[in-house]
Design a protein around this ligand. Structure first.
Ligand SMILES: Nc1ncnc2c1ncn2[C@@H]1O[C@H](COP(=O)(O)OP(=O)(O)OP(=O)(O)O)[C@@H](O)[C@H]1O
Ligand SMILES: [Mg+2]
Length: 288
């Protein structure tokens, strides 16, 4: 096991020294305690909003649920990351180009259960992640919901975590349970998005409630990144298999997501050194 991890660390070292002037991509995992709260819609539209701000964005769909990233873009990618990891195709071929040149990568089954991968597969996965790092300013990982081991290992490795909740009480308690499992590291920043609010006051109320519980019992802060309103246009866009930011750019939900992208880029707590790509990969390796 030690040798295995060492080989992977060598790959990190070798790839790090190859990285020249380019800054590391900022890796953000999007997760939730409860399913169906709007993670995938948020991830896809955040990608578009960031791309509109001039950023190069890669989405990795690590969720194997049904309503996944592909479906929202109305695409059927031929290959996914599991084909790369199995050595069937080069990494470039698993990238599907979305609107605004967004890179869309489907995880494929089994890929996120790192523990199940063979050594050479892990090496290919890590090399692939370096490739995505080199072509991106942001890497957004849609991790799916809950406390499964594969979700937790990615959420735990990332320093930037966006938690999506809705005002629904079970969404809030499930989010609390997830936070409890990921707060161990000091520098980890948990950012909260409240989706499907009916008013800003409702958003404030939900934020304050969760933030107070988290600060009282877990001694951590939650960063309030903004609210997305309940919006029929978003549902209509889903039925059209289009991101709402593309189908209805002036919709209230689109504006909310653009506002969050702006906050992320300009106002959020983000320490580059502590959040480097190399740190992310090393943390992943340490979990194997
Ligand atoms: N702001 C919103 N306004 C109205 N409906 C919404 C909003 N956000 C999400 N929805 C509805 O919730 C559904 C589920 O959203 P989405 O697939 O993004 O959730 P998810 O958290 O990724 O689910 P899963 O846990 O299954 O992966 C959408 O198809 C849409 O109908
Ligand atoms: Mg989803």
């Amino acid at each position: 096991m030690m040798d295995q991890a060492q080989k992977l660390r060598d790959i990190v070292q070798e790839n790090t020294s190859e990285m020249t002037s380019k800054q590391d991509a900022r890796i953000i995992t999007v997760s939730s305690g409860k399913g169906g709260v709007g993670k995938t819609n948020f991830t896809v539209n955040l990608a578009i909003a960031l791309a509109k701000l001039g950023k190069r964005v890669t989405i990795i769909d690590a969720d194997l649920g049904l309503a996944n990233v592909d479906v929202l873009f109305g695409i059927v990618p031929k290959y996914n990351l599991s084909h790369v990891v199995k050595g069937e195709i080069p990494v470039q071929e698993c990238i599907f180009k979305g609107p605004y040149d967004i890179n869309i990568i489907s995880g494929g089954s089994g890929i996120m259960d790192l523990i199940d991968l063979e050594q050479d597969q892990l090496e290919k996965l890590i090399r692939s992640l370096f490739y995505f790092n080199n072509v991106s300013d942001y890497i957004l990982i849609d991790t799916g919901a809950g406390l499964s081991k594969s979700v937790l290992s990615f959420v735990d490795a990332a320093s930037d975590i966006i938690l999506v909740i809705t005002p629904d009480p079970t969404s809030i308690t499930d989010a609390y349970a997830l936070i409890k499992n990921i707060v161990r590291e000091e520098e980890k920043k948990i950012k909260l998005i409240i989706n499907r609010v009916e008013s800003n006051e409702e958003g404030d109320e939900v934020y304050n409630k969760l933030d107070q519980a988290v600060s009282k019992f877990l001694s951590r802060d939650l960063e309030n990144m903004g609210y997305i309103f309940e919006d029929n246009n978003l549902k209509k866009a889903v039925r059209k298999q289009m991101p709402v930011l593309e189908a209805y750019p002036r919709a209230i939900s689109s504006k909310g997501i653009e506002n969050i992208a702006y906050n992320l880029e300009n106002n959020s707590k983000y320490v580059k050194s502590a959040h480097s790509f190399k740190t992310f990969i090393n943390r992943l390796i340490n979990k194997i």
